[in-house]
Design a protein around this ligand. Structure first.
Ligand code: BG6
Length: 480
């Protein structure tokens, strides 16, 4: 049976400023933390340099230069039929140092142009305030979200962009994949606590205390931004963004089931329980005690959490893994690791492909919160080949797309209030995890390579037309 997507369903794609805008030091933009990340690969972790070394290659500096190609790129999205485009604002384009008294007008004007262009094409922007980045100065001076002072800087930034764009942008997300902050290495991307970093092999490990205190600061900051939006611009819709890593119990051994419940709470539920309900979940106290976490909660913080409840829940979904007490072979993954599932195939980067898990996750999330859901990232990184005639055949990507859309259709039929789907990286961009260009997600190919070369020419892949067909029929066709 063909999937039935509701009238007005949002179809689109998702991006992040640091991974595709480029123009890292143009028009008054300050360096962001990602500008210090070099390229890596599946085998080799990305290296961070605390100072920018002019002799080294930093792939985020140029991205795919959306900054100068936005009109062409948004026109291509419109040609595919997008009615939603997820993007983020680069915090250091607006506040170059993060603690500046005044915003950078040239940075604000850039996003006016982008939103106006979306409007011209009938595309609704979905805007992430902070997608894995912050001005580098905030890292050097405050060690990122380790410091409570970040709350005020973020609040000021959020108010500035809400005041400026409230009549151009209705849908907002505060932090990308906030729950990655629960993970040991989540500091590299999510909380930016990287002072003292000494090289790729060691990374900077964080204590449970530091991680959960940093998350508390983010919950309060997110709460204040949402409270401000609700009080001043009631038409706006405010959401969270979680990296949903579904895990299954490795066996039916009750010890595995219990361990997996703990893993699901830590990875997937802790942050969204706070953001969707407005208070810490009942299991948090024991968790804090057993991990020697003593949260510093200031007067008014719990009110900010309560007032900052989200209107809709969003998440990324790429893969699943297994968790258990028995030995299992480890699988690679999106910001986290887990066991290999013998029933699933994997991408070239080892991420296990599980569309049924998407249907299951949508049902679990909706049962828990009963608010509208958006899948705001989903996709597969793959090697693409450009044929001599310039065509790019990517049946693997089309199959992944179709299977996940079918799973969403099933979930809607199950009763889930799903309102949007934005594929990750509708246009090739720099990988967050590895810094590679050759790990491609796009329906649109960009001639840009890991060594920094390339003409930046855009080309339509076969998947461009496949997604176009699905969107045109609102999910009724193109899934066979
Ligand atoms: C998500 C991030 O975790 O996964 C994106 O929000 C990221 O920023 C995406 O790009 C895919 O991961 P990767 O490492 O393949 O780029």
């Amino acid at each position: 049976m063909a999937a039935v997507f509701p009238e007005g369903f949002f179809w689109g794609g998702a991006t992040a400023a640091n991974q595709f805008e480029g123009a890292w030091n143009v028009d008054g933009r300050g360096p962001s933390v990602d500008d210090h990340f070099m390229g890596g690969s599946y085998e080799k972790p990305r290296e961070i340099t605390l100072e920018i070394d002019p002799d080294k290659l930093y792939p985020n500096h140029d991205g795919i230069d959306f900054y100068h190609h936005y009109e062409e790129d948004i026109a291509l999205f419109a040609e595919m039929g997008f009615n939603m485009f997820r993007m983020s604002i680069s915090w250091s384009r607006i506040f170059p140092n993060g603690d500046d008294a005044e915003p950078n007008e040239a940075g604000l004007a850039f996003y006016d142009r982008v939103f106006d262009c979306c409007k011209k094409h009938g595309i609704e922007p979905l805007v992430t305030m902070s997608h894995y980045e912050m001005p580098y100065h905030l890292v050097e001076k405050y060690n990122g979200w380790a410091s409570r002072e970040l709350i005020g800087f973020f609040e000021n930034y959020a108010k500035t962009i809400l005041d400026r764009y409230h009549d151009k942008v209705t849908y907002w997300l505060t932090f990308n994949e906030i729950n990655c902050g629960t993970q040991d290495m989540g500091n590299l991307f999510e909380t930016s606590m990287i002072q003292g970093y000494e090289g790729p092999a060691s990374g900077v490990h964080t204590s449970w205390q530091d991680r959960f205190q940093a998350l508390h600061h983010q919950f309060v900051a997110s709460g204040r931004a949402i409270r401000y939006a609700h009080e001043n611009y009631p038409a706006l819709k405010m959401g969270n963004m979680d990296c949903f890593i579904l895990s299954y119990a490795g066996t039916c051994d009750p010890a595995d089931v219990l361990l997996n419940q703990e893993q699901m709470r830590l990875m997937n539920w802790y942050c969204s329980d706070v953001q969707a309900r407005g208070y810490y979940p009942s299991y948090a106290k024991r968790f804090w005690r057993e991990h020697d976490i003593e949260l510093q909660i200031a007067d008014g913080d719990l009110d900010d959490l309560k007032a900052g409840k989200i209107d809709f829940y969003t998440f990324s979904y790429y893969m699943s893994n297994i968790v258990g007490t028995h030995d299992v072979e480890q699988a690679a993954g999106n910001m986290t690791f887990g066991g290999k599932n013998p029933y699933l195939k994997s991408t070239d980067w080892g991420w296990q492909i599980d569309p049924t898990g998407l249907r299951y996750s949508l049902n679990e999330i909706y049962d828990r919160y009963q608010i509208p859901l958006m899948v705001v990232e989903n996709g597969m990184g793959a090697y693409d080949t450009v044929e001599e005639d310039g065509s790019i055949h990517d049946p693997y990507r089309i199959a992944y797309l179709q299977d996940h859309i079918k799973a969403m259709g099933e979930a809607i039929d199950d009763g889930v209030d799903l309102i949007a789907y934005t594929w990750w990286g509708p246009i090739d961009l720099v990988s967050a995890g590895t810094g590679e260009m050759r790990k491609r997600y796009g329906f649109i190919y960009v001639d840009k390579h890991d060594d920094g070369t390339g003409t930046l020419e855009r080309k339509r892949k076969d998947s461009f037309y496949a997604y176009q067909k699905i969107i045109k029929s609102n999910g009724a066709e193109g899934l066979e």
